[in-house]
Ligand binder design. Structure first.
Ligand code: KIV
Ligand code: NA
Length: 276
């Protein structure tokens, strides 16, 4: 399994870090078999596999349930687990308790938290000194979607760009081992990447980031109807999956499935019970 030191080396060597989300056993197995560098059990699972309209509805126990399945499928891949909405805001004690639970019960390698307020920075430091590596997340932070007023590109004016760069420096200074940058103009992400000594992992943040992350279901075009601009789908499982199901339905109706190949036989016909 790669370590936080490997990710730093990869940044230094300009060897791009690959990350994909995973929420279950089969996709985690695929990711590990494909040779992904790191997996994110994102709270996007709320929208992607549970059908919620934002990540705000996701709870700590949802994250644990899914992360455990992911770790069973990818035991040898560095896995980051999101701390969900409001699980690290009520008090430092409550936040530390939630982090302990998430980290211990899931066997994760890092926890991800959004933002860079003074409280978040302090929490980041406490986690780091307790031995929990933190992945930071700046730019579009979906848990604050209702405050931001929608899923929009961040850091677009001078003041916002300056603040984002400052926040990035702060999270790096407070122990974050990596920084996810979501929906940030490419030019700004490039400056942030060149400024901080921790790897940046972009999603909608351009090719200059040290790594990239995408949602598994976006890559596969699976269950997602409208893909955001920053996504490139690599297959179309919506179409493939529906076609497979249509073929199955039609073959059952036509009695061409199951065929003899999929059937079992009895050798000695004398064993067969004869109905009277
Ligand atoms: O939950 C998630 O999938 C994420 C990525 C978009 C970075 O946080
Ligand atoms: Na997330």
């Amino acid at each position: 399994m790669l370590s936080v030191l490997d990710f730093k080396k990869m940044k230094a060597n300009q060897d791009k870090i690959t990350m994909v989300t995973s929420y279950d056993y089969p996709s985690a197995k695929q990711a590990e078999q494909a040779g992904i560098d790191t997996i994110l059990v994102g709270d996007s699972l709320g929208m992607v596999v549970l059908g919620y309209s934002s990540t705000v509805e996701v709870k700590v126990n949802d994250m644990i349930h899914h992360a455990k399945a992911v770790k069973r499928g990818a035991p040898n891949t560095f896995t980051v687990v999101d701390m969900p909405f409001m699980s690290y805001h009520i008090s430092l004690e409550d936040s530390l308790r939630n982090a302990t639970k998430l980290f211990q019960e899931t066997n994760a390698q890092s926890l991800k938290i959004e933002g860079a307020s003074l409280e978040i920075l302090h929490f980041m430091e406490r986690l780091t000194e307790s031995g929990i590596p933190v992945t930071a997340h700046l730019g579009l932070t979906p848990q604050s979607v209702n405050v931001l007023g929608g899923f929009k590109v961040q850091g677009k004016d001078k003041a916002a760009a300056k603040q984002l760069l400052e926040d990035a420096k702060q999270v790096a200074e407070h122990g974050a081992v990596a920084l996810v940058l979501e929906c940030v103009p490419r030019e700004l992400a490039e400056i942030i990447t060149a400024t901080v000594d921790i790897p940046t992992i972009g999603i909608g943040a351009g090719p200059e980031c040290d790594g990239q992350v995408l949602v598994y279901h976006d890559i596969m075009k699976y269950g997602i109807e409208r893909l955001p601009k920053f996504v490139k789908p690599y297959t179309d499982f919506n179409t493939e999956g529906i076609n497979a199901l249509k073929s199955y339905i039609s073959e059952v109706k036509q009695v061409s499935f199951p065929a003899d190949e999929q059937s079992f036989h009895i050798k000695d016909k004398d064993y067969l019970p004869i109905s009277e």
